[in-house]
Design a protein around this ligand. Sequence first.
Ligand SMILES: Nc1ncnc2c1ncn2[C@@H]1O[C@H](COP(=O)(O)OP(=O)(O)OP(=O)(O)O)[C@@H](O)[C@H]1O
Ligand code: NI
Length: 348
Amino acid sequence: MSVNDNLLEVKNLTTEFRTDNGMLTAVDAVDFSIGEGETVCIVGESGSGKTVATESITGLVKEPPGKVSGTVELEGKDLQSMNKKELRQVRGDNIAHIFQNPQEAMNHCYSIGWQITEALQVHQDVPDDEARKRGIDLLERVGLANASARFDDYPHELSGGQKQRAMIAMALVGNPDLLIADEPTTALDVTVQAQILKLLNELQEDYGMSILFVTHDLGVVAEIADRVVVMYAGKVMERGDVFDIFEEPSHPYTQALMECIPDKGRETDGIPGTLPNPYNTPDGCRFAPRCDHANEDCTIGDQPEEIEIERNHEVSCVYYQSGYDSSVVRDSELESDSSSTEMGATDD
Ligand SMILES: Nc1ncnc2c1ncn2[C@@H]1O[C@H](COP(=O)(O)OP(=O)(O)OP(=O)(O)O)[C@@H](O)[C@H]1O
Ligand code: NI
């Protein structure tokens, strides 16, 4: 595969923060790529570094206290070497963000219509009446009922789902090549969440854009992803095509996340244990302290190198290195099912 197949190529992305408590590495040598028209999901528990990773891509991390290194190439152009003005241009023309909380991302003092036309007129020299017409078209396109009547509404007059739709409209104004959506549906109820995911899928078909979607919910990943990057404590644990990830989750962390998908017919309290202290991450695999399969080799050295276990499917786990028996973790889904049932029984 040549580099040109990818719209975005992220290599060795590392983001550190200098804080009062010392240095914290939120994103640690992360690699991934996004093809044209493709949806890539970053999934992982809260605090894994998903937001920092996406914000590092477009220069949204404040430096200092942050420090971003590595390379991020958009159609072969290195974003890391761009100055603030050039990056702002990229954020306007090529990459758009939608955030988890539209409340924060929207300006409360202006009507949604004003904000959309403003964004439109930054990109293109269009007269006011034409901008208004296009703004209303966009709001209709994102499924805001009564778009022309709602155009002059202020953000507080809209429901959460309506605001999220208006945010998506604003993001689409510049016809971006890449839409970065950071947990855009987490604050919404399930029905509205499903509608927004469906809308993103449709918009992607119409506009041909790529999407980088952040979520902690593998259920959402199943709805929207072509490819998946599983992050834990700043590191990539596993990545691959969505089909392979769901058919054969190969890192114990991915398997544990699978167990947390609510509609598997069993209630779940999430993965037992907590993320490591980000100021003092463990040696070896970051997940080892919570992993049922961890042996001594899992707790020494660096995070294991990612190993390609099949085409485009990589796993960072000691058990896939030569000399180990990967079947211990590969075939563990059934085992862990029965052991967790047993644990549940003892807990009662
Ligand atoms: N400005 C900052 N200064 C210091 N540490 C930060 C800063 N921003 C994020 N972090 C830390 O970086 C780590 C990763 O945070 P991040 O917000 O990327 O997690 P996340 O995976 O997006 O979680 P969530 O699902 O809760 O949104 C956390 O330990 C967080 O406390
Ligand atoms: Ni986040």
